[in-house]
Structure formats: structure tokens, C-alpha cells
Design a protein around this ligand. Structure first.
Ligand code: FAD
Length: 387
């Protein structure tokens, strides 16, 4: 693997700011500046355009590493990395429709991901936002987008909505607005249990205009086999999972530090690291954590090399996301248990990780969606036969 873009000193500086962002419910502005300077936001951009041309596998490992220091920073940056990874994948598959994303990312633009909507559990297959076609080929968008990570800093926001102007053939429209566009408002309403530095505010679209050249897809409502949708899905599931692998890795390191430094009166002052129960609890956490890397690395490598798994990609990728985020919670739980009451203090790093790790269950794919995909793969569609 190529060298990391972040050296240990940078990572420590980022780690050093995470507690303050969390306590103050503040955006990671200094991290963003430092990561921009390090070329972190250009990692998916091809070398010819001034980026580092990193593979999805490499970005995944960078995100695991960043998440060990600042999970919320890594999670929010996923949205930018995702769009640049999607543009890169499409370019490699011979589709230049998002090449401008790579050029603009090379110029320092920051991309955010405006998909989630209240009450829309169809995710990318349908939308409650209205996309109104304009005479010049552009669209105006009306609706509510929630959980908009990077809200204070994005300069390009993806929006997606449904155009019902032909009621017999409704379509889903994907496009990008610019920060200085009219017709949207950001409500500064992010106050979450964890992942606080993402500042994932609500955005109200009130006619925000996407010009024709920034409309990147118009697709039929429903699941789509378009490579654009596959690239979003694959990139999202893997990069989101990376954040939670990083959280588990850091929790384990903190738990090891804790049991080495604490002693047992009952055991005559021996370190807790000698206690057989503590050892086996930590070993279980380590065994679970160890499995996290291999599965994600293998999947990212398969996506990078264009393995044609067809419909099997959906259970594979959604299953991996669900497994990884579930396992991360188990790892953190075990680490908290062995680290003892100190980890329950609001200002302890482990207690922050215990809050951050909970967010994993809310990202797509949900447990329900992953189960549906796996059941369909194993059993085929529901037959509807019977009494
Ligand atoms: C830390 C974090 C960062 C995220 N960043 C992004 C991002 O940058 N971009 C992005 O697109 N997504 C992002 N997501 C969103 C995520 O992918 C999910 O869409 C989100 O967690 C909502 O999950 P849910 O549907 O289970 O929530 P729910 O709790 O079901 O719904 C969320 C909101 O919608 C309301 N709601 C639910 N059902 C209805 C209904 N029928 N009618 C009206 N209102 C309803 C709820 O009251 C609630 O306010 C992020 C999530 C997290 C946790």
C-alpha cells in the first residue's frame, strides 16, 4: 500500500481537537484546513489532475486511520470522498459525466451529500423532494434534506428529487448546487448524541436551481442498475464502514492502555492486564476487531478491480456494512467494560467513542435492507403463494 497522507504528528493534532469539537458541538474547521493542506480531499483525484489517484482500498485505510483520531471528522469527509470516488470510478469505467467533480475537487471545492429525507426509507430508489424541470434543461428542487454533514463548509451539495411531470413515467433527478445558489436554507439544528463535529444540519430546498450541466443523472423511479447508483452504493457502504473500524481500533488501544495502567488490590497490586477475565474479554474484542479489516479490504479490492458480482453486490456490501457497524459496537462495549468507570466520564475518549459508534446503525444500509437483500439472494423473491 502507498504511504499515508497523514503523518503521526498530524494525526495527534487532529486527535487533540476532537474532544473540544464534541464538547462544544462545533464543526471541525481546523481539521478541515489541515486535511485540505495535506491533500486529503484530493486523494481520489487522478494524479494528472493534481490528486494522489488513490484506490478505494487505499482511501478506506486512510479513513480507518483518520477515524482512530477523530471519527466525526472522518465521517463528514466521507461525503466529499464518496463523490470524488464515484466520479473516479465512473471515469475509469469510461463515463466522463462526473469528470468536472474531479477537476473541481482538485481546485479545492468541498462536496457534500444531500440524499437523506425525513420519512424516505427508499433511500436512492425514490424521493420526497420535488424536482421541477425548467425550460433550459435545469431543475428546481423543493424539499427537506436531513443529516447534511459538512453543512458549514461544503461548496457543492448534491441534491436529488423526483420529477412527476410525466405521471406515467416519474424520474429521479440527481444534480449539484453551489454554495452561493439562491433557494435553500440551512437550519443550524445539529445536536446529536455522538458524531457532533459533523454538524449535519437540515437543509430546506426552496427552489434551489441546478443548471442543465450540473444535472448528472435522470433515472426511472425504483432500484437502478445504472453504474452511477452502483458507484454511490459501493463507495458509501465501504467508506462508512471504515469509520467504524477506526473507532473499534482506537477503543481497543485505549482499553489496553487502561488495563496496563490500573492495578488490582485483590491481586496484590498486579496490573489488571494480568487478570485472566480481563485478558479474555480484551482478547474477544481483539478477535472481533481483527476480522473487520480483511472483509473490507477484500471488498474494496474487488470494487477497484471491477469484479462483476451483479446483483450479489447488494447482499455482500450491505451485509458488510451491517456486520462491521454491529461488530464495532460490540468491540467498544467490551472495551468500556474492561476500562472501568473512568470510561463513563463525559470527558473520556472512550465515552465519546461509545456515543459515536451508535451512529453506525442509522446509515444506509439498514439492518432491514441488508436482511431483505440477503434473503432475496438466498431464497429469491417472496412468492406470495399460500392461503
Ligand atoms: C452522523 C450522521 C451523518 C450523516 N450524514 C449524512 C449526509 O451527509 N448526507 C445524507 O444524505 N445522509 C446522512 N446521514 C443520514 C443517514 O444516512 C440516515 O438517513 C439518517 O440517519 C436517517 O435515518 P432514519 O431514516 O432511520 O431516521 P428517522 O428517525 O426515521 O427519520 C429522521 C427524521 O425524519 C423524521 N421522519 C421520519 N419518518 C417521517 C415521516 N414519515 N414523515 C415525516 N418525517 C419523518 C423523523 O422525525 C426524524 O426527524 C447521516 C447520518 C448520521 C447518523
Amino acid at each position: 500500500m502507498t504511504r499515508s497522507l497523514l503523518d503521526d504528528a498530524q494525526l495527534e493534532r487532529i486527535r487533540g481537537r476532537a474532544a473540544r469539537y464534541d464538547r462544544d458541538n462545533a464543526f471541525f474547521a481546523e481539521d478541515l484546513d489541515e486535511l485540505k493542506d495535506a491533500g486529503y480531499l484530493r486523494q481520489c483525484v487522478p494524479v494528472a489532475l493534481g490528486g494522489s489517484g488513490a484506490s478505494l482500498e487505499h482511501v478506506l485505510h486512510e479513513q480507518i486511520r483518520l477515524a482512530t483520531a477523530a471519527p466525526a471528522t472522518a465521517l463528514a469527509l466521507n461525503m466529499h470522498l464518496l463523490w470524488t470516488a464515484v466520479a473516479r470510478m465512473l471515469a475509469e469505467w469510461g463515463d466522463p459525466s462526473l469528470d468536472w467533480v474531479l477537476r473541481e475537487a482538485a481546485d479545492g471545492q468541498v462536496f457534500a451529500f444531500g440524499v437523506s429525507e425525513p420519512g424516505n426509507d427508499e433511500v436512492l430508489s425514490d424521493s420526497l423532494t420535488r424536482a421541477e424541470p425548467q425550460p433550459d434543461g435545469g431543475y428546481r428542487f423543493f424539499g427537506t434534506k436531513i443529516f447534511g454533514s459538512l453543512s458549514p463548509a461544503w461548496t457543492r451539495l448534491s441534491v436529488f428529487g423526483r420529477d412527476d411531470s410525466d405521471p406515467g413515467a416519474p424520474v429521479l433527478v440527481h444534480g449539484f448546487i453551489e454554495r452561493d445558489a439562491a433557494g435553500y436554507r440551512i437550519l443550524e439544528d445539529w445536536n446529536a448524541l455522538g458524531m457532533r463535529a459533523t454538524q449535519s444540519h437540515t437543509t430546506i430546498l426552496e427552489g434551489a436551481f441546478v443548471p442543465a450541466e450540473r444535472v448528472v443523472r435522470v433515472l426511472p423511479v425504483g432500484p437502478s442498475a445504472d453504474p452511477f447508483v452502483f458507484a454511490i452504493f459501493a463507495g458509501f457502504e465501504l467508506l462508512i464502514s471504515a469509520v467504524y473500524v477506526g473507532i473499534g481500533e482506537r477503543a481497543l488501544a485505549l482499553a489496553v492502555e487502561s488495563v496496563r495502567s490500573r492495578t488490582s488490590l485483590r491481586a496484590g497490586g498486579a496490573p489488571l492486564a494480568d487478570d485472566l477475565d480481563v485478558r479474555s474479554a480484551l482478547a474477544d474484542a481483539g478477535i472481533a476487531q481483527d476480522g473487520q479489516y480483511a472483509q473490507l479490504t477484500a471488498l474494496a479490492r474487488d470494487v477497484d478491480s471491477g469484479v462483476a458480482a451483479g446483483a450479489e453486490w447488494f447482499p455482500r456490501l450491505s451485509g458488510a456494512k451491517v456486520r462491521v457497524t454491529r461488530t464495532a459496537r460490540e468491540v467498544v462495549d467490551r472495551c468500556v467494560a474492561v476500562a472501568g468507570g473512568a470510561s463513563y466520564r463525559a470527558d473520556s475518549e472512550l465515552s465519546r467513542l461509545a456515543r459515536d459508534v451508535l451512529a453506525g446503525q442509522f446509515h444506509p444500509s439498514s439492518e432491514r435492507a441488508a436482511r431483505r437483500a440477503m434473503a432475496a439472494s438466498l431464497l429469491g423473491p417472496v412468492t406470495g403463494r399460500g392461503a
